[in-house]
Write a protein of this length. Structure first.
Length: 174
């Protein structure tokens, strides 16, 4: 298995976007792009699939709403019904208007906390994980495109050199 990749470093995000489009048009596989800030449209130019994290957020919110509803029904109606301010405690439906803020907060609580956990798991970001940034300049003012080599090193090098890259180098990843 070939572990070689080409690092093309750019100093302008517009030049990077054009280079990504040219690289994709030439049917080369872009492994990753490292940028110091989010570049609008880069995911679309790279051909990445849209994220499904919003679906997870909805599911987590529904779980929070369900848990909050069950919790209030059990605590306030089933387990220990109390007459608070003259409100009836015979059924959940009669008390539901008073429970709406708690249901909302449980929905937000579950969605927010479980989304953070899901994001970290999906991104493989664990506590004390070593940074995988290939060049420290990408945290400041440079952009790096990593392109896989599959017996076409000279073609990739000539293409990336012609796209306005400040620096192009071959790296052996292991």
């Amino acid at each position: 298995m070939n572990n070689k990749v080409v690092y093309a470093i750019y100093n302008d995000d517009d030049v990077l976007m054009e280079a990504v489009k040219k690289t994709k048009a030439a049917h080369f596989h872009i492994e990753e792009v490292f940028t110091p800030f989010p570049v609008h449209g880069l995911d679309k130019a790279m051909g990445l699939a849209p994220t499904r994290l919003a679906i997870c957020a909805f599911i987590f919110g529904v779980c929070g709403l369900s848990f909050g509803t069950w919790m209030m029904d059990y605590i306030m109606i089933q387990d220990w019904p109390q007459d608070i301010g003259g409100k009836p405690s015979m059924s959940y439906i009669q008390n539901m208007p008073a429970f709406v803020p708690v249901m909302f907060e449980e929905t937000v609580f579950f969605a927010a906390h479980l989304m953070v956990i899901t994001f970290y798991m999906r991104s493989r970001l664990w506590p004390f994980k070593k940074a995988e940034n290939p060049d420290v300049r990408t945290t400041d003012d440079h952009f790096l495109m990593e392109v896989a080599i599959n017996n076409n090193e000279s073609e990739i090098l000539s293409l990336l050199s012609s796209t306005g890259a400040v620096e192009v180098k071959v790296i052996d990843k292991h």
